[in-house]
Design a protein around this ligand. Structure first.
Ligand SMILES: Cc1cc2nc3c(=O)[nH]c(=O)nc-3n(C[C@H](O)[C@H](O)[C@H](O)COP(=O)(O)O)c2cc1C
Length: 369
């Protein structure tokens, strides 16, 4: 397929980033986004949590906050789509402008603040999609978060699990967005233990015999001691998966001062190393027992492979779609496949965590192989 994106990108980058995003969603809803062939190869397929992933690359949370374009996103060649973050009530989020791109560094800063239409609208959109005749193969995750005004987080996460859990292939508990005051405090040991206890119970009550796996999404901005505590808590609570990482509050050197000075979470290339390092650290701390979705700065097959070798079984991206365009999932999967084959791997599962040094007795891939 000829690559029209350089031209489209020129036009989109002249427009305010949030407007460009709304236009993209509108175009996708109207069926105007391209349909990109997904790379199909047994080496890229995995079954994790009993779910079949046709390829390891997913669309990260934040792109489709209201579950409006799940079908067209699969049409870009992603193996799974994580919609949300959805909150119980609709909310406007932070004042605009609140989304900034830096093409020279392929970086984004956002301080959206969980803007969205709320869970009723989300549910109606998802029902419409699931009720349609042409559900593509692939997995649908639902990323949930609390409203800014909520003082008791467990209430919001609980109601979201009740309302949306039965429709999700997996649930992602977002406690790591930097733009909702107090949210990241839920990563601390006591609040996390308490929250997970309530949510596991709620999932058991609401989701019948086939409860969706429950994943926790974490920030890259945690020190080794915090990581150790969180890993122990997640293992204890029998959480099914970890998503690493959300955006960072850190501003690596070299970013233009005007861009770096914007408050909010940084994503894209400058986040890549921090996120890969967090993956390796959690893989080691959990002894590979909890499957990890690696996300942060992936824009090539090499980036994807590095995260797999650091311990990720699955991957996601968002920022690279902005800079590379709609064929990005296709080209990353294509390159990843070549890299796996060059190293003699018959399946991704064989490469998971191979760059992490562990005691031999601990060394088990998250896929259980
Ligand atoms: C504009 C924007 C909005 C985002 N919104 C959310 C969100 O609602 N929930 C969430 O868990 N992560 C959100 N993220 C974080 C992404 O899911 C991802 O973790 C992060 O951007 C790192 O991946 P990337 O470097 O490939 O973009 C958002 C990211 C961006 C750029």
């Amino acid at each position: 397929m000829p690559d029209f994106y350089p031209l489209a990108r020129k036009m989109l980058f002249r427009i305010d980033p949030e407007r460009a995003h709304s236009m993209t969603i509108k175009a996708m809803k109207a069926g105007l986004s391209p349909s990109v062939n997904a790379i199909k190869d047994p080496a890229l397929e995995q079954t994790i949590w009993g779910l079949r992933f046709p390829n390891p690359l997913g669309m990260a949370a934040g792109f489709d906050k209201n579950a409006e374009v799940i079908g067209p996103t699969f049409g870009l060649g992603f193996g799974f789509v994580e919609a949300g973050t959805v909150t119980p009530k609709p909310q406007h989020g932070n004042p605009k402008p609140r989304l900034f791109r830096e093409p020279g560094h392929e970086a984004v800063i956002n301080r959206m603040g969980f803007s969205g239409h709320g869970m009723n609208a989300f549910k109606a959109n998802l029902e419409k999609f699931l009720g349609g005749s042409s559900r593509p193969p692939g997995v649908i995750g639902i990323n949930i978060g609390m409203n800014k005004s909520q003082k008791d987080p467990a209430k919001d996460y609980g109601v979201l699990i009740r309302m949306l859990g039965p429709m999700a292939d997996y649930l992602a508990i977002n406690i790591s967005s930097p733009n909702t005051p107090g949210l990241r405090d839920l990563q601390e040991k006591e609040p996390l233990t308490e929250l997970l206890g309530v949510l596991m119970e709620e999932r058991k009550k609401s989701c019948g015999n086939h409860p969706p796996p429950l994943l926790v999404k974490l920030a890259p901005d945690l020190d080794e001691e915090q990581r150790g505590e969180i890993a122990a808590t997640l293992l204890n609570a029998k959480v099914d998966g970890i998503i690493l990482t959300n955006t960072t509050l850190v501003r690596p050197e070299g970013l233009p001062a005007r861009f770096a000075a914007q408050p909010g979470g940084l994503s894209g290339k400058p986040l890549k190393g921090m996120s890969t390092q967090a993956i390796a650290s959690f893989y080691k701390l959990t002894k590979g027992k909890i499957p990890i979705i690696g996300v942060g700065g992936i824009s090539s097959g090499r980036d994807a492979y590095d995260k797999i070798k650091a311990g990720a079984s699955l991957l996601q991206l968002y920022s690279a779609l902005v800079f590379k365009g709609p064929t990005v999932a296709h080209s990353i999967n294509e390159e990843l496949l070549m890299l796996l084959k060059a190293d003699g791997h018959g399946n991704i599962g064989e490469a998971v965590g191979t760059a992490v040094k562990m005691n031999k007795k601990d060394k088990k891939t998250a896929n259980g192989s």
